[in-house]
Design a protein around this ligand. Structure first.
Ligand code: 9WN
Length: 428
């Protein structure tokens, strides 16, 4: 067997081991036993190469947690499992469309419409593909529009992120400004994560204090952002979240168009969004997009991979993408690519979760974005570096930026799924 064949076999085994009854795929065995939003989107792309019907079931399961507003929760809890914290008791009275669904009360980067588009194209039978898209199209539209309808602030079409967990890059140094304010929840809470993996690789106690404070704040305002926006310490325009939302709107639109249905977001609204993204988040000095804190009315001066996601979103042209990437790579000397935070950025920690380590999903997003822009050599180099890291170290959750050593959970679903995609659908 060639090395790619054995890596494929290994990655497939990870997905199968994390498959929960053929319904959803947990991100990893013990650390994350429920269904996570953007994990399942990436995972569906992996399944689409192995077992297309299984990819459909992954998406169905995620969509079954959707709320009446259209929100797709960040966690869809498996009610049989109780060893993850915080559990659903922290998210009371969630307005899910289907009775019996147990979910969290915030969302995550909306990769799902893009995953459904990509997985759909992997189905060779056009009738089967269109029938699937027709079945899920309205739910994807609602998931996209939820953010435009309920999660913007006056004066801008950009989406407001209300919790670090929504960013998917939870303890990014971008959020240190809020952690430093010292907010704490009113009730005690437990942590399970640090009993499973090394505490040195996880968020710190002050991070969790903020997370749980915000959970209480959001839940106590009935999950209505406009009600808590005046009092929350955390309201940001996240460069990653907004780029992914834009791409989701475009890809949900492609699905609608293939079905002859009306646009999901109008071309004028998309153009206005592109303008706002560039005007609000571009930082000429860093040659990168930065996040924006609505409370201080300023950009957050912290460079991370989130600033590159405009490449995936299709919010920059090839020339700008090439310069942004070149700068980021140049400042990431002695690191495997791409460190989630460059080493010259204050707050960089090579082995701590989202503060420096390399993550397969963010690399995948940038590589696919470069590919779409025609920067094939850059895309291929990044894809190969990513696959090599997994080949050498295994399907880890993330990788030490300096040594490449795997960290977190060692049988990680999105790592496996996206390596399968990079091997089976190499950069064009
Ligand atoms: C909280 C599942 C999730 C990912 C996130 C990652 C981590 C959860 C946690 O795991 O977050 O949502 O308990 O730390 O940060 O991106 O979706 O893999």
């Amino acid at each position: 067997m060639g090395t790619s064949d054995s890596l494929l076999t290994q990655a497939e085994a990870v997905l199968r081991a994390n498959d929960v009854g053929g319904h959803y795929t947990r991100p990893s065995g013990r650390l994350y036993p429920h269904q996570w939003n953007w994990d399942s989107a990436f995972i569906a792309i992996g399944w689409a190469h192995l077992d297309w019907d299984r990819a459909v079931r992954e998406v169905d399961a995620l969509l079954s947690g959707q709320w009446t507003s259209g929100l797709l929760p960040h966690i869809r809890y498996n009610p049989q499992i109780h060893d993850y914290a915080p559990g659903p008791e922290w998210w009371p009275a969630v307005p899910a469309r289907s009775a019996g669904e147990v979910t969290s009360g915030i969302s995550q980067p909306l990769v799902l419409p893009t995953a459904v588009y990509v997985a759909g194209l992997l189905q060779p039978d056009r009738e089967v593909r269109l029938a699937w898209w027709a079945r899920v199209c309205d739910q994807l539209r609602d998931a996209v529009r939820y953010f435009a309808d309920y999660r913007t602030a006056p004066g801008s079409p950009l989406i407001v992120l209300v919790h670090p967990w929504e960013s998917g890059l939870d303890n990014s140094p971008r959020w240190d400004f809020a952690v430093r304010q010292g907010h704490r929840p009113s009730r005690p809470y437990r942590r399970v994560d640090t009993t499973i993996v090394a505490a040195a690789e996880r968020p710190q106690p002050p991070d969790y204090d903020l997370y749980m404070y915000l959970v209480e704040l959001i839940a106590s305002h009935g999950y209505d952002m406009r009600a808590y926006l005046p009092v929350t310490p955390f309201a940001v325009y996240d460069a990653l979240f907004n780029a992914i939302w834009y791409r989701a709107a475009v890809d949900a639109g492609r699905i609608a168009e293939a079905l002859g249905r009306p646009a999901v977001v109008s071309p004028e609204a998309l153009a206005g969004f592109r303008r706002a993204y560039r005007e609000t988040l571009w930082n000429e000095q860093q040659h990168l997009f930065l996040d924006y804190d609505l409370k201080s009315g300023r950009q957050i001066p912290v460079a991370t991979t989130a600033g590159l996601m405009a490449v995936y979103g299709g919010l920059v042209d090839a020339e700008q993408a090439g310069t942004m990437l070149g700068r980021y790579v140049a400042r990431s000397r002695n690191c495997h690519l791409l460190p989630s935070t460059p080493p010259d950025q204050e707050g960089f920690e090579p082995a701590r979760y989202h503060r420096g380590p390399v993550w397969v999903p963010t690399n995948w997003l940038v590589a696919r974005g470069l590919e779409d822009l025609g920067l094939r050599a850059d895309a291929r180099a990044l894809a190969e570096a990513t696959v090599d890291l997994v080949r050498v170290h295994g399907c880890y959750e993330y990788f030490d930026a300096h040594t490449g050593k795997g960290a977190g959970d060692g049988q990680f679903s999105w790592t496996a799924a996206l390596v399968i995609d990079l091997l089976r659908r190499p950069i064009a």
